[in-house]
Design a protein around this ligand. Sequence first.
Ligand SMILES: [Zn+2]
Length: 334
Amino acid sequence: MNTSATTTDETRIPAFAAERGRRNVSRIVWMPLLLLALLLAGCSANGIAQGMSEDGRLRITATTGMVADAAREIGGEHVEVTTLMGPGVDPHLFKASQGDIRKLDRAAIIFYGGLHLEGNMTRILEKMAAQKPVVAVTEQMPRDRLIGTGEGESGEYDPHVWFDVQLWTSAAKTVQETLMREDPANAERYREQGERYLNELEELHRYVQNRMDEIPQEGRVLVTAHDAFGYFGRAYGVEVVGLQGISTAAEFGARDVSTLRDYLVERGIRAVFVESSLPARSMQAIVAGAAQRGHEVAIGGELFSDAMGEPGTDEGTYIGMVKHNADTIAEALR
Ligand SMILES: [Zn+2]
C-alpha cells in the first residue's frame, strides 16, 4: 500500500521530478496529504489510527468518572476521554448498552476500575482486551493494601479504592504509564502532567486528613447506605457503617434497617449520609426508625460514593468530589 500510494503521487506530478528545488518544496506540501491518505487507508489495520479522534487525539474510554478524570488530567490535550457512567450511575449494576459498546469499540485504550467494581461488564471488557489495551487502574495496587471482603479464599477485594487518596495515586500512575507506553510520541508530556496531578493528590490527602481531624474522636462514625467508604475510614481514622454490603447488588432487608437504627441510638450518632448514586429511601427509613425510638438523627448531606457530580461543577472532578465529601462529613459531625 505504501509503495502504490507513493508511485501514484510521483506519476501524478511528473513536473516536479525535473526541478530539484521545486520538488523539495512540493514534498513539504504533499507529505502531510500523503500521510493523511496513508492514515485513512491504514485505519482498519492500525489500532492507534482507529482509536484517534478527528483532530488527532488518542481516544480513551473509561468506565467511571473517577477513572476518566485521571485520564483527562494526565492525558491533557493529547487525549479525548469518553466516560460510560455519568453522575448518579451505580457501577455495580451498570450494563453496557449498544451505544456504550460503540464507545468501547472506538477507543484506543480502555481504562476501568477493576476488583469487580463493574461486575456486569466483565465479559465485554474481556472481549475488548483481545483488540486493544484494556487496563484496570487498580492492577498495580499492592494487594496487602487492599481490603478483603472476607469471603474466605475467593480473593475478592473491596473495589472502592478511590477514597484512600494515597492509594488512588497508584491508579493515576497506572494511567500515566499506560499513556506513555501506548503513545510514546507524547510520553514527556504525560510524565509532566502525571507528576503535577500526583502532587495535587498528595495535597488533597492532607486536606482530607485536616478536615477529619476537626471531628472529635468519639464522633468519627460515618453511616451510609452501602459500604463504599471502607478505604476512606481506614485512611482517615473514621469508623464506617454501611447498611448494604460492598456491592449494591445485594438487597438489604428490614433486619439490616433495625440493626443499624439500634446502633445509631446506642452510639448516639447524630447524622447519617445519603449517596448520590443510590436512592435516599433506605437512609430515610433509618432516620424515621430512630425517631420512633426517640433519637433524632439528621441526614448530614449527600456524599458522592461510586459516581462523581455533574460535569462542569467542582464535584464533577475527582478532587472536587473528595473535597465535597470531606467538607460534608466534617460539617455534619464536628
Ligand atoms: Zn459501591
